[in-house]
Design a protein around this ligand. Structure first.
Ligand code: ZN
Length: 87
């Protein structure tokens, strides 16, 4: 049986894209696990992720912010279209 993955917000930001949605194995302590960013697919250990977040990730991300914001806006628009087209 495949282990089931769930998308969860774990209130940490992806160091690559700034997303806070990661998938990881359900029912296991997330500490020590490798989590996968659902936005950019980056795999990172939870501990490393915490460390990256402690090290002023926002400062790092502010450099990317314009680009990221554009990407998010595009993705958001796309997902809105999807949502509305289902109706
Ligand atoms: Zn990411």
């Amino acid at each position: 049986m495949r282990s089931r993955k769930y998308d969860r917000s774990i209130s940490l930001l992806c160091p690559t894209c700034g997303s806070s949605d990661f998938s990881y194995d359900e029912g296991v302590d997330v500490t020590g696990q490798i989590v996968t960013c659902t936005s950019c697919g980056r795999e990172i250990s939870y501990e490393e992720l915490q460390q990256e977040n402690r090290e002023n990730i926002e400062e790092h991300l502010s450099a990317l912010k314009d680009e990221v914001t554009k990407d998010f806006a595009n993705q958001f628009r796309r997902s809105l279209k999807k949502t509305f087209s289902r109706r």
